[in-house]
Design a protein around this ligand. Structure first.
Ligand SMILES: [Zn+2]
Length: 350
């Protein structure tokens, strides 16, 4: 982090030198030498560091299993909650869902978006990419949001035709289709939700792999605090995903697949980190660009789905939610803010 700030300070110094440069002044030559010297420093700063760090491989491998267990616990605990058939459960689930929406919104704003800006603002990026710089965050995010919508719509279109074929023996009046939530618009909406959750999971997974990689290459002295932060990170995000997966109308095997996919992403990132830690260069152009593009795509997916599908569908335009007592609504919003605050605090570390 401090290295990057130093690089920014260095670039600022270069810019100042260039601005102070007046053509024909007697010390022209000195300025050029200064500039080329500064240029070399920047190039070296982006090369592999090559310095020895304290690195206990067994400790890092232990982290793989700890995160597998914690992420699994998060996603399974809340997805199982929906199986309980008790009157209080639906309200409890709603509180958990609100917590999850807060977690996802905060992840998009506080984790993924700042990381994407940091990547595309990195002075070690190739000059071609630096020309448009952080503008690429907006570009890739915008494209991802369009693709997310397109995928949801294409998916719904196909299932709509399928569900019409399945139900062609039943004749429905238009009024019935609207009133009976089990058929017509509702079934299309459910399909839509399935795609939403799959896309949300994909968006979170990109970030999970990147933080896993960070942990995998971390030196021993920062490993423990980073591991603790990432455990809470994965636990909260797992709970957010679990409550959404539990509410889906999917086959058991499909739900299990969604529940298994999430907990393995961070361990995969750590394993890659452990494998490459000797040759790892956090300032390599390829790595920064890959991270920048993945973070920007994740941001686009998470913003689109969090606001259009969750905030809008589940809260603002949800008739059932509006009917709740103000005190229960207050508890729901409090849960959302607590989820958001928890992830905002964790953004300090990972
Ligand atoms: Zn994070």
């Amino acid at each position: 982090m401090s290295l990057r700030y130093n690089l920014f300070a260095l670039l600022f110094a270069i810019a100042q030198t260039a601005l102070a440069h007046t053509p024909g002044s007697p010390d022209d030559h000195d300025h050029e030498e200064e500039l080329s010297a500064l240029g070399n420093v920047t190039l070296d700063a982006c090369a592999a560091l090559g310095e020895e760090i304290q690195y206990n491989q067994n400790l890092h491998i232990g982290g793989i299993f700890i995160l597998l267990a914690v992420s699994g616990l998060g996603v399974i605990s809340t997805s199982m909650l929906s199986k309980l058939k008790m009157p209080m459960v639906s309200q409890l689930l709603l509180i958990f869902k609100m917590f999850g929406i807060g977690v996802l919104a905060s992840t998009a704003w506080m984790h993924i978006l700042p990381s994407a800006f940091e990547d595309f603002g990195n002075p070690c990026l190739d000059a071609g990419w630096q020309k448009f710089g952080v503008g690429y965050v907006g570009l890739f995010g915008l494209i991802a949001a369009f693709i997310a919508q397109q995928m949801e719509m294409l998916f719904v279109g196909r299932s709509m035709i399928k569900s019409t074929q399945d139900k062609d023996a039943v004749t429905l009046s238009p009024a019935m289709t609207i009133e009976d939530g089990a058929v017509g618009p509702h079934s299309h909406h459910t399909e839509n939700k399935e795609m939403t959750v799959i896309l949300l999971e994909a968006g979170i997974m990109f970030h999970s792999v990147i933080i896993g990689l960070t942990l995998g290459v971390a030196a021993d002295d920062e490993f423990t605090s980073l591991l603790a932060a990432i455990c809470f990170h994965q636990l909260f995000e797992g709970m957010a995903l679990g409550v959404m997966i539990g509410a889906l109308n999917l086959k058991r095997i499909q739900k299990v697949a969604l529940c298994i996919l999430y907990p393995i992403t961070t361990p995969v990132g750590i394993a890659i980190g452990v494998g490459v830690h000797n040759a790892f260069n956090p300032n390599s152009h390829g790595l920064i660009l890959t991270q920048g593009i993945l973070n920007s795509l994740s941001a686009g997916i998470l913003f689109y789905n969090t606001y259009t599908e969750l905030m809008s569908e589940e809260i603002s335009h949800n008739v059932a939610f509006r009917a709740y007592a103000p005190s229960f609504k207050a508890v729901c919003f409090l849960a959302m803010y607590i989820g958001a605050a928890a992830m905002a605090i964790l953004a300090i570390w990972a």
